[in-house]
Design a protein around this ligand. Structure first.
Ligand code: NAD
Length: 467
């Protein structure tokens, strides 16, 4: 079992206790993680608070250089990180390597961004300049599906803008965050980044802590609601990146084999555990049978295996609780539709679910209305695209969505009517650190990524000078 430490005030800390970290491909513990308690959480916030004055006054170029140094170190150790990511998260190693490269790219993109003052007025009435200042201590809370890149989405802008941080990863995927702590310990001034772990028990204390200025949260809508409530007392800044139930709208002019392949991968990548995974697909009746057959063929051909094994295409679901939840969705799919591929957990240790396609499913079934977050795709026929848009929008979620069609203009016109933060046309998962990403409705609040995402880590400050 390897040795992992919390990072508090620039020092490795053994924590107040330990808990097991499970490899989802075996269902067995493969490492132990130190956990913080309430006193250590206070210590981490105090360290971040003490580091803030000097860090926020450090010239922006020097801060950007250190963020680039973090990126370089992460890149140098990316194989080690990717192997650990596969062990704790379950994703196939090439996908873990991709997550590492995306993380490095995100840090470098933010390091290249500038926060410039904007002159809003400069005339006979006076001069008005909008400056942007760092907020203070940022609490960053991350989920278990992309523990590395979702942490970097917060580290990059928080540090570039001059904030200090307390990071808390999900209890089932804490180790890559702690490994990143080793890099921070070598490169950053003490207290600029602190990393603590918990067993799902410290989130409330962290988000309500009087010395935390902002909460950057990625996770489920249910927890996001609690975060918003607990940040309310202090009127803290919050950004929430939450759940979704993204629809793929397939139009009748697609090349069926090509579109089916893209929709399939959009639903199954990371075993379906992506906030913006395709979670329901709508296909014109005229090509429905053919489309479903293609999806089922691909599902049956997928290699489901331990992500550390060469050739694995789909790994296990990340944790036991989620595995049990996905099995409930499988039961719902079987009761309310026709399962044409998969439909069951694999008979082996670990949390493996066969990639599942369900057709002719009731439109109000749980598998259609809720977020399954697993490798199970419901496919529904439609005839009237206008009625379909209303149906797609009839959801409390509004994260993203896709439209697929050869006629780009028609596809784009449909995309414009989807109530979500992002819609991709003829592509999926085109997430780019230069482009802001946000959820509509109950899928989120505020932006992550892009210049808009950087601004979320600042307080606008107007200086208004008389003529
Ligand atoms: P989760 O909400 O259970 O946990 C997320 C984090 O919140 C974990 O670190 C957890 O320990 C912490 N937490 C638990 N209780 C808390 C509390 N009371 N206060 C503060 N923090 C608390 O989410 P999950 O199951 O780890 O992740 C899956 C969910 O995340 C899915 O709904 C998915 O769609 C969503 N997600 C959204 C995005 C996005 O960008 N919109 C990205 C990835 C995942």
């Amino acid at each position: 079992m390897s040795n992992f430490s919390l990072l508090i005030d620039g020092k490795a800390h053994p924590g107040a206790g330990i808990f097991d970290v499970i490899n989802p491909a075996t269902g067995q513990a493969f490492a132990q993680c130190p956990r913080a308690d309430s006193a250590l959480l206070d210590k981490a916030v105090a360290a971040a608070k003490a580091a803030f004055p000097a860090w926020s006054r450090t010239p922006a170029e020097a801060r950007a250089a250190l963020v680039n140094a973090l990126a370089d170190a992460l890149e140098q150790r990316s194989d080690e990180f990717a192997r650990l990511l596969t062990s704790e998260q379950g994703k196939p190693l090439p996908q873990a390597q991709f997550e590492l490269m995306a993380s490095v790219g995100t840090l470098r993109t933010f390091a290249a961004m500038k926060i410039e003052p904007v002159t809003l007025r400069d005339d006979e009435r006076g001069t008005v300049i909008e400056h942007r200042k760092a907020l203070g201590v940022v609490a960053a809370i991350t989920p278990w599906n992309f523990p590395v890149v979702l942490m970097m989405n917060k580290v990059g802008p928080a540090l570039v803008a001059g904030n200090t941080m307390v990071i808390k990863p999900a209890p089932t995927t804490p180790l890559t965050s702690l490994l990143f702590g080793e890099i921070c310990r070598e490169l950053l001034p003490a207290g600029v980044i602190n990393i603590i772990c918990d067993e799902n028990d410290l989130g409330g204390q962290l988000t309500s802590h009087p010395d935390v200025a902002k909460v950057a949260f990625t996770g489920s809508t249910a927890t996001g609601r609690k975060v918003m409530q607990s940040a309310g007392d202090g009127i803290k800044r919050v950004t929430l990146e939450l759940g979704g139930n993204d629809a793929a709208i397939v139009l009748d002019d697609v090349d069926v084999a090509d579109a089916a392949a893209k929709v399939f991968h959009g639903a199954m990548l990371n075993a379906g555990q992506i906030c913006v995974a395709i979670k329901r697909a709508y296909v014109p009746s005229s090509i429905y049978d053919q489309f479903c057959t293609e999806l089922a063929r691909m599902a049956e051909a997928m290699v489901v295996d331990d992500g550390a094994r060469q050739g694995a295409e789909i790994g296990p679901v990340q944790n036991r609780a989620q595995y049990e939840k996905v099995k409930e969705f499988l039961a719902d799919a079987a009761a309310r539709g026709a399962v044409i591929a998969g439909g069951a957990a694999l008979d082996r240790p670990g949390y493996f679910i066969a990639p599942t396609i369900v057709r002719d499913v009731d439109r109000d079934a749980r598998i259609v209305r809720e977020e399954q977050f697993g490798p199970v795709l419901p496919v529904l026929p439609y005839d009237d695209v206008d009625a379909l848009i209303d149906e797609v929008n009839d959801s409390p979620y509004g994260l993203a969505g896709t439209v697929w069609g050869k006629d780009r203009q028609r596809a784009t016109e449909i995309a414009m009517q989807i109530e979500s933060g992002t819609v991709w046309v003829n592509q999926h998962l085109a997430i780019d650190p230069e482009i802001p990403f946000r959820g509509a409705k109950q899928s989120g609040l505020g932006a992550e990524l892009g210049q808009a995402g950087l601004h979320e880590y600042t307080q606008a400050h107007i200086v208004n000078i008389a003529a």
